[in-house]
Design a protein around this ligand. Structure first.
Ligand code: ACO
Length: 334
């Protein structure tokens, strides 16, 4: 059986910086409240006319990852695109990016697992490489949250958290035992409504949405039971990290770099404490970008790598939890 290895990473975030102070002009919130509860100081939002969308941000991140991997785009045998905010209702961003990259035909699939999307995407890529079916797989996580947030006081408990951006990785067949050791995925559909965006959908179509137009819980804005999400996140993050470590006969003391999905700095700090890791063993950048859902891990992984915080031989752990609920981990020997 083969191993897969990350050989190229890239990221892209829109230029427009939106600070907590900026948000406090649109809704009843404050820098103090946002920083205290989430750790977020600012995030990036697409600006009308700047040419960015979920697919085009994904393209910019992907181009960087391909360049750093030193492969030709024609070497990519599978595209996996994770997002909850696609440009089109259908088809998905996978085929859009294929067209934008100018790759004539190769399989392209979309992953719809929200904050866990990148971890799910890595797992899919890893399985195809392990079985020998493909040698090079492009995995992208990209989100345009700002296009669909309720930027009024009604939506403040959700809208202050999310930001836009994209990250990408090239996974390739490894020549040795380094690379992805294992991936672990879970979901629990009973919590489907606790963090969701119901419509527009085939169930609730646009005319109905406008007709109903309730003042609370408007189905075309994200809805979140923040406290339940928080409570489940801290439990599931820990469980799935321990599952991955146990599977590989590793101990938490052996972790060199932990990159959590950037949901909320308080969640990351809680897990860090539970794992007994020092500040230099955990990478967070939610302060600058907010929660970019499927893009958060690849953006953080790219920055950690760019800053020289991940070295050959390091044990790197990725973990995510999000809407669905879904959660997962990736254990990597870099
Ligand atoms: N600014 C000011 N006040 C606010 C804001 C805001 N942006 N949002 C909510 N409030 C108010 C509420 O109205 C409430 O006021 P009240 O007491 O008068 O009713 C008060 O603050 C407390 O609200 P809670 O929702 O109970 O605040 P909580 O302490 O739970 O913090 C938060 C909310 C930050 C969302 C938290 O629950 C959380 O982080 N949950 C985890 C969810 C998460 O990480 N989601 C990220 C996306 S999902 C994912 O990636 C896993």
């Amino acid at each position: 059986m083969y191993h897969s290895k990350i050989i190229g990473l890239g990221k892209y975030v829109p230029e427009q910086v939106v600070t907590n102070h900026d948000l406090s002009k649109l809704m009843d919130t404050s820098d103090e409240w946002i920083q205290e509860r989430t750790g977020i100081v600012e995030r990036r939002h697409i600006q009308k006319g700047d040419g960015n969308s979920t697919s085009t941000m994904g393209l910019k991140a992907a181009k960087k990852a391909i360049e750093r991997a030193g492969i030709d785009k024609e070497d990519i045998e599978l595209i996996v695109f994770a997002t909850l905010s696609p440009d089109y209702y259908f088809p998905g961003c996978g085929v859009q990016i294929q067209e934008q990259l100018g790759i004539k035909t190769c399989p392209a699939l979309d992953v719809r697992n929200q904050c866990s999307g990148f971890v799910y995407g890595i797992s899919v890529a890893d399985q195809f490489i392990k079985t020998g079916m493909y040698k090079n797989v492009l995995v992208i996580g990209s989100e345009n949250h700002s296009g669909g947030l309720d930027m009024t006081t009604r939506g403040r408990h959700v809208s202050v958290i999310f930001g836009d951006g994209a990250g990408a990785a090239i996974l390739s067949r490894s020549g040795d035992d380094s690379g992805i050791l294992s991936t672990h995925l879970h979901s629990q559909g009973e919590h489907i409504d606790e963090l969701s965006l119901r419509g527009p959908s085939t169930e609730i179509w646009v005319p109905e949405l406008i007709e109903q137009n309730p003042q609370e819980n408007i189905p075309y804005y994200p809805k979140m039971n923040g406290q339940l999400v928080f409570k489940n996140a801290v439990v599931r993050f820990s469980e799935v990290i321990h599952e991955g470590l146990k599977f590989n006969n590793l101990k938490k003391e052996e972790i060199d770099m932990f990159i959590p999905h950037q949901a909320n700095l308080r969640i990351s700090q809680f897990i860090q404490k539970k794992l007994g890791l020092g500040d230099e063993q955990v990478f967070n950048n939610i302060q600058k970008y907010g929660n970019t859902t499927a893009a958060s891990i690849p953006i953080a992984l790219t920055e950690a790598w760019e800053q020289g915080k991940i070295k050959k031989g390091d044990l790197v752990v990725l973990a995510a939890f999000g809407s669905g609920f879904t959660w997962g981990s990736v254990i990597i020997r870099w």
